[in-house]
Ligand binder design. Structure first.
Ligand code: ACO
Length: 314
């Protein structure tokens, strides 16, 4: 656990500044030697145990991540092998903090088309390895985590728990949130400025984008479904910054008692943040069967994603 007090010793910051600007008090950081698949394996195992399913029942394993162990092989292939999902197809999705909802959309499409019966989606990130420990503008924000969900085909062919999706991307603003080095534009095989191997972010610009896109994507989706914000029993937003969430829910006109947050303990865990919040909401009794839940995320790309579900655990 990396606390704000620990960060006070690392960079020129204060607990008061971090809490007032972000709401974050602590984040989880992997142990030396641990990589993203190590977290994904733990989360995948937990999901299967909770769903009382065997790894051999998984048809497809999708890992939304932007911090993979390697450029390739994928985290999903490594994870599938480790958990014994030997019959599963496996691929990663790169939509950064919107990744989990993009992954759910893929899972639904695979299940509804009949291509798969059981699709495991595990958002997994180790942002601590791409965050500059000396950049106070970013190192305070991120944490490491993995969490997931199993999307299963309804044996009765009944109505899907998925009510709708709103997905989007605006690549024209890709440079606002970027890790410049390590891909094919600036390969790690060529000399580079070490700072360029870390997250670089225009915080104010991302803040503005986030508050607007949460409101816009949620309202567009509800409008398409002929619903209003009053039809949302629980809102589970991407856990990036409490101020972003407060601004957005103010604009949406949804009461804070219908919004679940846990970023205080984890910071921004990117593709893991929404499933982690969903799991904790369930454990806390805030997410109950039959509830209509709006998940909404945004991230680098820039990307955004909203998904409205009727929560129907098996
Ligand atoms: N401690 C103390 N002071 C700080 C810190 C810090 N950790 N970080 C920045 N400051 C200073 C700045 O240097 C600046 O000082 P100056 O006025 O002397 O220049 C001052 O605080 C204000 O800086 P801002 O950047 O304007 O602060 P802001 O209120 O915008 O908060 C923050 C910064 C928290 C990063 C905010 O912009 C934010 O949350 N943006 C969105 C970030 C985000 O959610 N990113 C993830 C997206 S999801 C994904 O894809 C990974």
């Amino acid at each position: 656990i990396l606390s704000n007090a620990d960060l006070e010793r690392q960079v020129d910051t204060t607990d008061e500044w971090i809490v007032s600007r972000t709401g974050i008090r602590e984040r989880r950081i992997v142990a030396p030697g641990q990589a993203t698949s190590d977290l994904a394996i733990l989360a995948a195992t937990n999901v299967l145990e909770a769903a009382q399913r065997g790894a051999d029942e998984i048809d497809v394993l999708i890992v939304p991540t932007c911090t993979p162990d390697h450029l390739f092989p994928s985290v999903s292939a490594i994870t599938a092998n480790a958990i014994g999902a030997h019959a599963a197809a496996a691929f990663d999705i790169q939509a950064v903090c919107s990744g989990f909802i993009y992954g759910l959309a893929q899972a639904l499409a695979l299940v509804e088309s009949g291509l798969a019966q059981n699709v495991l989606v595990v958002g997994a990130e180790v942002f601590s390895r791409v965050t500059n420990p000396h950049d106070r503008g970013t190192c305070i924000l991120f944490g490491d985590a993995a969490a997931g969900a199993l999307v299963v085909r309804d044996e009765d062919g009944g109505p899907s728990g998925f009510l709708g999706f709103e997905l989007g991307a605006d690549g024209s603003r890709g440079d606002q949130l970027i890790v410049p080095v390590g891909g094919t534009r600036h390969p790690a095989s060529e000399p580079f400025d070490p700072d360029d191997a870390y997250v670089q972010m225009n915080g104010r610009e991302v803040f503005r984008f986030a508050t607007r896109v949460i409101e816009d994507s949620v309202l567009r989706l509800l409008d398409r479904l002929g619903m209003t914000i009053d039809d949302v029993d629980l809102l589970v937003p991407h856990q990036a910054n409490q101020r972003i969430i407060d601004h957005a829910i103010g604009r949406l006109g949804i009461d804070a008692t219908r919004v679940f947050n846990n970023l205080e303990h984890y910071g921004n865990t990117s593709a893991a943040s929404i499933p982690l919040a969903m799991a904790e909401a369930r454990d806390a009794g805030a997410l109950r069967p039959g509830m209509r839940v709006m998940m909404v995320g945004f991230g680098a790309g820039l990307t955004w994603a909203a998904c409205f579900v009727r929560y129907e655990p098996e």
